[in-house]
Design a protein around this ligand. Structure first.
Ligand code: SF4
Length: 335
């Protein structure tokens, strides 16, 4: 790592430690569906799937699977980053039902990342929602128009303003490596200030086969975005994503001032060699992981499911799904 970057990270780490404890955690984004009616953002996996999905309803996850994941997330002391679905995946009533049930399991309000929401929609979801996340993707507006030709930013800005009016928290997600440059960071700073953003999630571009992108940005470039944002906004919550095939990256994201990390394929990577490496890296930089990505807690799962008071049939389905996830995770641990 270049000296200049190391200096920047040192400064960002000091700012972080002046404002937060050493704890960090894994934020799990819970996906509800693999369909999106927009489907043409050039970097997005879903843009490669849209034409293959004849019936959007079939691209939905079963409610039992979502609930099993949310319960596991809670018991492993991870955070639910947000519930996320592509545009046009669910009706408002369906979404409300999912939110309500997830709320019963997590015991707290959730973040929602489902695209634009109108005032009426926000009002409908408010009992179960603590904040909304807007997929801004890039603050270089020219780049953004190119990579998201059918997802204008204006309705998102409106949603952020409405969220402020309703007393909800506001988050944005950004992908680093879409064609912007570090000079664009000033635009991010202005944006965070203007819309009073509480949380920024950074991702480094992971090129999906079938999209025009072929490489991820350099780690040092990605870290500059995170560290500079931390230094500029000492109290902002920052979540940073990396990939399971880059376990050595996670400690750098934390050094750059991230509160939490995201993007791990949680069940597939749980307990693996890579997950252990991530935990070692966290210790190495003096941070403390809440919960675990390598060890399962001793939980009476049936009892925990019952607490939510679901209908008997759904309760059974959640338990079955949960057992499957646990089997997968145990298999990783024992390998
Ligand atoms: S709107 Fe979101 S889910 Fe849909 S194609 Fe664009 S990035 Fe992907």
């Amino acid at each position: 790592m270049e000296k200049k970057i190391l200096k920047l990270l040192e400064k960002a780490e000091t700012v972080y430690l002046d404002n937060f404890s050493r704890e960090c955690w894994f934020e799990r984004a819970v996906f509800l569906s693999w369909y999106c009616s927009i489907g043409d953002c050039t970097f997005c996996y879903m843009s490669t799937q849209k034409d293959k999905i004849k019936d959007p309803k079939k691209a939905r996850r079963r409610l039992s699977s979502v609930l099993a994941e949310v319960l596991l997330t809670k018991e492993l002391v991870w955070g639910v980053e947000f519930l996320s679905a592509g545009y046009g995946s669910f009706s408002n009533d369906e979404l409300l039902n999912i939110l309500e049930k997830c709320f019963l399991f997590v015991g707290e309000k959730l973040w929602l990342n489902v695209g634009y929401l109108t005032e009426r929609e926000l009002e409908k979801f408010i009992p179960f929602v603590k904040g909304v996340s807007a997929s801004i993707e890039s603050v270089n507006w020219k780049v953004r128009k190119e990579v998201c030709p059918s997802k204008p930013v204006e309705p998102m800005l409106k949603m952020l303003e409405l969220a402020e009016k309703k007393g909800l928290k506001k988050a944005i997600t950004l992908i680093v490596g879409l064609g912007e440059t570090i000079e664009d960071i000033e635009e991010l700073f202005k944006f965070v200030e203007k819309y009073k953003i509480d949380r920024v999630t950074f991702y480094s571009l992971n090129p999906h086969p079938g999209t025009p992108f072929t490489k991820s940005p350099e780690l040092s470039y990605y870290l500059r975005w995170i560290a500079s944002t931390r230094i500029r906004f000492p109290k902002l919550e920052i979540v940073a994503g990396s990939w399971i095939d880059r376990p050595e990256e996670f400690k750098w994201l934390l050094k750059a001032g991230a509160n939490a990390f995201t993007k791990l394929p949680a069940f597939k990577s749980f307990g693996t060699f890579e997950a252990k490496k991530i935990e070692e890296g966290i210790k190495e930089v003096g941070r403390v992981l809440k919960g675990s990505i390598t060890e399962l807690p001793a939980v009476n799962w049936e009892k925990e499911i019952k607490k939510a008071g679901l209908e008997e049939e759904l309760e059974k389905e959640v338990l079955e799904k949960l057992k499957k996830y646990l089997q997968k995770m145990e298999k990783n641990i024992n390998q």
